[in-house]
Design a protein around this ligand. Sequence first.
Ligand code: UDP
Length: 224
Amino acid sequence: MSGEKISMPQYAVYGASGCGRGVMPLARTQLRNEGILNDNLVFIDDNAELHDINGHKILSYEEFIKADRTRSHIAIAIADSKIRQRLAERCCIDGLNPWTIIADNAVIMDDVRLDEGCIICPFVTLTSNIRIGKYFHANLYSYVEHDCVIGDYVTFAPGVKCNGNVVIEDHAYIGAGAIIKQGRPGDPLVIGRGAVIGMGAVVTKDVRPRTIVVGNPASLLSKE
Ligand code: UDP
């Protein structure tokens, strides 16, 4: 018999602030449903003053990666998409595995493709024929309707209503309760890269990249 030691897989939620503490219970349930002991489930936070929170240890990134990286899985639960990208790229370079977390009551219908590292919160519905990039966050009670295409590092705050035939480019942020009007087949409504949609906005037409829109109907936030 070989004396080689087999390490246990380890799992982490990166970020021990508001977003991370909301995601941790989902991570715990997912591991339990997969029959994996959750003794190995920790937070990673690089600035934490506490050693544990809500029953889980908080480690720094350097502490976490001391274990076998090939068996280490990380979900990045930080709302800021630029930070998410920076941390995701570092994890990738360091050979860690991206971890997708999907709440067990999320509804996911036909032909929905999610790229790596997404977080799908409770009461989210993704209907059919949808393409979603990496590290998407769909917060509580959001939905994505049919034939939408969502880029990488997109963030939905709670209660976003994204109707059918909408394209959302990388790093867009959609505020809580925003409603995005449906596009048409072959002529989608497009929310540009890095655009920010204010809380409660009603988006009725395309939004240019890196702009901020608010209100009903949504219009450019004037710079004063
Ligand atoms: N954070 C980190 N490493 C980084 C950047 C951020 O550990 O390189 C942590 C930060 O310390 C904080 C969390 O990520 O605890 C982000 O929390 P914040 O309240 O800003 O946002 P949210 O939880 O809503 O995403």
